[in-house]
Design a protein around this ligand. Structure first.
Ligand SMILES: Nc1ncnc2c1ncn2[C@@H]1O[C@H](COP(=O)(O)OP(=O)(O)OP(=O)(O)O)[C@@H](O)[C@H]1O
Ligand SMILES: [Mg+2]
Length: 345
């Protein structure tokens, strides 16, 4: 088969989970096209439906209705072609405790029917930096190493599309950098890479295109740079020459937060406020400005901007004029059992 134009196509995809006490619509008439060769970010608050989408593609969750194709193969009519075309790194780490790293990859190769000469076990272990751990069992691997082993398992059958569900959650800075460079290399060699992340910084650093899902619907899909430019919200952190015990009077109209005695974080709308005006207000409020830095918008800002609501808990961090969530949106709690989950491969 010649190479398809799109790596992934979803058309009117819908997923309704039934569980005690009712049902959850996890995906609702969800349409998405991921072009071949792209490095694609799937973003959205907790419970948005990202993993559901990925698990449907992976064949782990049955869709309720709609269509999806991977590498041109319909996931229902041509499951074998679809399954061979993707490697998925799931959000939850699942490793067989009785298989060493090498055995896990060999078993995965067996699952895909790869013959001995088609296997690249040593090469893949090398790629993810686990050569020294080839004979190690999962319980003796660190969390980051386990995640790398999960990535390795997804690469065994050299799929043209690799999907990673939060590949760097809970991973240290060094490992994150390593993973990023593996993924960039993979993408540079032609693999379509799709990832979900709660770190805007990660999406910005890696992805050429970002799709945003909220409540099971696609609410944005555009080049990363244009999405970020479209954000009207700006942040400014002011270092004051004197200690502050509260937000200085006179700043009531703006969103301000004390981040320590000498750091005042301000957020404003570019379209409404000039930075010069803002600095005048701060000075009039009696603050001696010693230093300034800009505070880039985060994912929560993007969700707020796009949905007009945001969908996260607001942790009580520091004193705030107007509450706003920070960083990673709050979890909604563990998902229940999926009665539609098919058993085995
Ligand atoms: N197996 C399941 N059974 C029942 N409900 C589920 C199941 N899996 C997910 N859900 C529900 O479907 C919705 C979407 O969940 P999903 O895991 O797809 O979100 P997500 O975008 O991946 O979130 P997160 O960022 O927290 O990983 C949520 O309301 C969730 O509670
Ligand atoms: Mg998820």
């Amino acid at each position: 088969m010649s190479q398809p134009e799109n790596a992934i196509e979803a058309d009117g995809l819908r997923k309704v989970y039934r569980r005690a006490g009712g049902q959850v619509v996890a995906l609702d008439h969800f349409d998405l096209t991921i072009p071949r060769g792209s490095f694609f970010g799937l973003l959205g608050p907790n419970g948005a439906g990202k993993s559901t989408f990925i698990n449907i593609l992976a064949g782990l969750v049955n869709k309720t209705s709609g269509n999806a194709a991977i590498w041109g193969y319909d996931i229902v009519r041509e499951p074998r072609g679809a399954r061979l075309s993707i490697g998925v790194v799931p959000q939850e780490l699942v490793l067989d405790p009785y298989f060493t790293a090498r055995e896990a990859l060999e078993a995965q190769a067996g699952y895909f029917g790869l013959r001995k000469h088609e296997r690249r076990t040593a090469e893949i272990l090398e790629t993810v930096g686990l050569t020294a751990e080839a004979n190690t069992y999962p319980r003796a691997l660190s969390g980051g190493m386990r995640r790398r082993l999960m990535v390795a398992k997804a690469l065994v059958h050299s799929p043209p599309v690799v999907i990673l569900d939060e590949p760097t959650a809970g991973v240290d800075v060094e490992l994150r950098q390593q993973l990023w460079s593996h993924l960039r290399e993979l993408n540079a060699r032609g693999t379509t890479v799709v990832l979900t992340t709660h770190y805007l910084e990660e999406a910005e650093a890696l992805c050429d295109t970002i799709a945003i899902i909220d409540k099971g619907k696609l609410i944005a899909c555009e080049p990363t740079t244009s999405l970020i430019e479209r954000l009207d919200i700006k942040g400014l952190v002011i270092t004051s020459a004197e200690d502050m015990t509260q937000i200085p009077a006179g700043l009531e109209g703006i969103e301000a937060e004390l981040r320590g005695p000498r750091h005042l974080a301000l957020r404003y709308h570019r379209s409404e406020t000039e930075i010069g005006q803002l600095l005048d207000m701060v000075r009039r409020a009696g603050v001696t400005i010693r230093d300034l830095s800009t505070d880039e918008p985060d994912l929560e800002d993007i969700f707020l901007h796009l949905t007009g609501t945001g969908d996260a808990e607001t942790p009580e961090t520091g004193q705030q004029n107007s509450p706003r969530s920070e960083g990673i949106p709050g979890r909604r709690g563990p998902p229940g059992e999926d009665p539609s989950r098919p058993g085995g491969p």
